[in-house]
Structures are given as C-alpha cells and as structure tokens.
Design a protein around this ligand. Structure first.
Ligand SMILES: [Zn+2]
Length: 259
C-alpha cells in the first residue's frame, strides 16, 4: 500500500530509520555485523539479526518522500548527530552535572541548532506515530518549517539509571525505543490526542510528551526554547530485578571484560 509523506503529502518512497543509522554506526561500526560482532534487534518479543546499519529491520515502512527525508530534514539529523556525539564523548561530565548547555554542544549557532535538534525529535516522533497508524498532528508538521511555533509536543531528557549499571563498553551499543502510549477516556470514540513515548541511546533517554504535561522527574521541559536542559532520572527495574541485574553485569564484565 502506498502511503503519503506525512510532511508534504507527496508519495512516501523513503523509509526513515527506526534506529538511527548514525547511532548504529557509532556504537557498532559500519558492518556487516557477523561473527563476534553479531547484532540482534528485539522488538515486540521477537529477535532478529541485523546484518548492517542499513538493514530493513531497523527501518519503518516508507512514510516520507525522498526530499523530506533527506534535503528538508538533513539539518535536523545533523544537529541530532552532533548532540549525541557530544553527549557520548562527554559522558562523564554530563552524568556528573546532569545538565546539557547547548552552547557547549553547538557553539555560537546554538539557538538555531537546538531548534534543529528539537525538529529532529519531532520527525522521529512523527514517524513513530505513523507507524502506529496515527496521523501526525498538524502543529508537528507545521513547526518543521518555522522558527517560532506553538505545539503540543514537549520533550525532556532523563538518565536511565539501570542502563548505567551496564559496563561502559556494552551500554554504548544499547539503542532502543519504548512503546508508544496514548492517553484518553476509556470509552472515547475520537482518536487519542495525547501521547507519551521515549527512545534512548545508552542511558540518554529522550522523553516525548504530546498534549501531556512533562513529569519533572524525567527532566526539565524543552520546546526548542532553552540554552540549558536539566536531566531527570528514572530506574525502570524494581529492587529485586535491579539486584539480579547488577550480579549479571558483574559476570559480563569478568568473562568478556579483558580485551
Ligand atoms: Zn515529503
């Protein structure tokens, strides 16, 4: 079935990565992922081997046109890469301070570039909504072309403390996206208009709040309007699972850690 590009309405002939190619390459190299560097993808309880960073497994069904997925949104993708590269290579500093100053990440052009970063997340969220059969809200489509905008999409960043338990060299390869949640009255006949979602590279978790107030535990609210964002903190594992997990990561470090 041919779909339309959710940004411009043209024919959707381009597939956005479910897991960003540059994130895969940063963590796992350019592939092919075979032998000792075999890479597995877990989704909805199903396990698939990924052959390389361009694998179909890590892409959505086409929901953008070539132009929108490349030329139009390229500055957004670049800002994202710059942001993640900076955060990962300054991991110790970020984790100690628990905030990010966009001027440190982007330099003089930080104001525009933090907006582009925000637009990358809007693109990522839009693709996730379409994948779930939800049409992307108008305000999210429109903001991509604007410098000033009003939108229901709020973001925050949080540290996943459980992922921090994984030894450094393993957690870098831990990239993923959570389930999408929609919020509304149980008996509602209209489609849901409120969503939460998150995705992560290692411990760095981007939290999405559409038409829903940001829970401050997950960091300070950011709508492309700040120089500094403060990180929240969460630990999804309960105490028992956390203790078990700590034991497991110990053995992981002992058996494979000596290279
Ligand atoms: Zn398009």
């Amino acid at each position: 079935m041919t779909k339309n590009c959710w940004i411009c309405g043209g024919i959707a002939d381009s597939a956005e990565h479910r897991l960003k190619k540059s994130d895969l390459v940063r963590a796992h190299g350019r592939g092919p992922y075979v032998g000792s560097s075999e890479l597995l993808h877990f989704r909805a309880g199903k396990q698939t081997q990924i052959q390389g960073p361009g694998s179909k497994t890590v892409k959505y069904a086409p929901n953008l046109c070539q132009y929108c997925n490349s030329t139009y949104t390229q500055p957004f993708d670049r800002a994202y890469d710059q942001f993640i590269d900076w955060a990962m290579s300054n991991e110790e500093l970020v984790l100690r301070r628990r905030f990010i100053d966009f001027e440190e990440v982007f330099g003089d052009g930080w104001e525009t570039l933090q907006r582009n970063l925000y637009k990358y997340f809007a693109k990522s969220f839009g693709c996730r909504l379409v994948d779930a059969g939800v049409s992307v809200p108008e305000d999210m489509v429109e903001l991509l072309g604007k410098e000033r905008f009003r939108t229901g999409l709020r973001l925050s960043f949080a540290v996943n403390e459980d992922i921090l338990l994984i030894p450094h060299k393993y957690r870098h390869g831990f990239i993923g996206k959570a389930d999408l949640f929609s919020w509304g009255p149980r008996e509602s006949t209209v489609p849901p208009e409120s969503f939460t979602w998150n995705e992560h590279v290692s411990w760095l978790t981007a939290c999405y709040w559409y038409n829903r107030a940001v829970d401050g535990v997950y960091g300070s609210e950011w709508v492309a309007d700040a120089k500094v964002v403060y990180f929240g903190s969460f630990a999804p594992l309960d105490e028992n699972s956390r203790a078990e997990f700590i034991e497991k990561t110990k053995s992981l470090d002992e058996s494979k850690g000596q290279e």
